[in-house]
Design a protein around this ligand. Sequence first.
Ligand code: NG6
Ligand code: CA
Length: 518
Amino acid sequence: MKRTGIIASLLVGIGLLVGCQSKTQKTDAQSEEKPNVVIIYMDDLGYGDMGAYGATELKTPNFDKLAEGGVRFTDGHATSATCTPSRYGLLTGVYPWRNDQAKILPGTAPLIIDTAQVTIPKIFKEKGYHTGIVGKWHLGLGTGVVDWNEHVKPGPNEVGFDDAYIMAATQDRVPTVYIDNGYVDGLDKNDPIEIDYQNNFEGQPTGKENPELCTYQMWHHGHNNTIINGIPRIGYMKGGEAARWTDVDMADHFLAKAQAYVKAHKNQPFFLVYTMQQPHVPRTPHPRFEGTSGMGPRGDVIVEADWCLGEFVKTLEEEGVLENTLIIFSSDNGPVLNDGYYDDAVEKLGDHKPAGALRGGKYSLFQAGTRVPFITYWKGKIQPKVSDALVCQVDILASLAELVGSDAQTMDSEPLLDVMMGNSDEGRQSLILEATSRTAMRSGNWALIPPYKGAKINTQVNIELGNEMEWQLYDLSSDISQQKNVADENPEILEELIAEFERIRGKEYSNVQNLELK
Ligand code: NG6
Ligand code: CA
């Protein structure tokens, strides 16, 4: 019996059955009381990168099935337009701009989550859940100097995950190895790993000096240090040959780990974070996905990720836990085409619009930086709908705390369980967004961007960053593409919004000294 009646669940809900059974003798009623939760987190998937959000050229049937069978949020946000800060905001429920370490990290960076801090997995653990993470981490490991040949800690295990099978940083950064609960998977101790982000190891080829060895993909900007699997990376690596990952197998590898996690823990409540690496660079589809999108590797890895999601959901179903599992699907930041390799992302794009109608992209303070696909799905529990409520990944912590009856709170996370379940459209009133250490604000349908010095466009990736020497104000209800700055026409609203922004953000936010110049 997978579902109990409404009365039984109400009884369970108010706790009458709590404590009647030991954890190992769990009843169906108790497993309903404690639904599993899975967060599926994409890397650089844009607002327009799936059918349900408007893509027509790119086929994503499994993403769409989730979106069309759950709540599809049209105004869901990451906290940041880059990865590390977004992941920090997601797991801790604290805005990343409050932590000056929450920036794109090298593979050698120390852990940036305080081990005493509240995190989503800790909340679940306290409620008797098993907790796991599979995939990209990118929140730092260790306390300063990491010896990759020993137990690498603190890391995910020390901030609440019972089980962690991760890559340390990104697919384009060394070390290019998987880490299994703090130990490099498959390491031969006679071939120790050495990592350096400043200096090369003597005699080792690099992308810069040996372009002829970049046989899988060539660097365009950055990414010209150690070459692994014919792909030049960020950072230098020596040793650990047997442990090095095979890029084209990464999607299958993480999928298998996520599936194994479900199979191993299906008989107890679990919380799993499955963070896929696609479509971040280097884009390395398994050969069976090569050419499937017609858009080159970027499209192909999205097709691959879509397949992975389908397989993963199938596993939940086959293991009999789909109807007792809340799935939250989102992305860590907006899209980018050329992010440092020659991979035809621009050349083969065709009419596809990775950001949909939004302006900007990854790294940008415009909406495409943080506004991303955001879906909640719970078969049989959540009724399909489209929600225009303003929600943010920083709210997942407090919302899931509500779900499991925890009173854990953080200063920034708003409890929006009703909204995430599709029972209310009352999202946040306002939201602070971050992009490469700059911040902006959403308040209702207004988007406010303070003045910032700096390039208007990052010409390497060809993305508008949102920098202007004046305040920008956009009315997204009539101008979702942020084409018309209406700050001058709305002096009173501007003043109110600036006051609201400064109340939350404090006064030290801009690199422009004279903020009177509006
Ligand atoms: C940038 C990298 C980019 C990507 C990004 C992190 C260069 C020139 N660019 O510094 O390729 O790795 O960092 O992406 O090195 S994120 O999604 O993890 O934030
Ligand atoms: Ca990312």
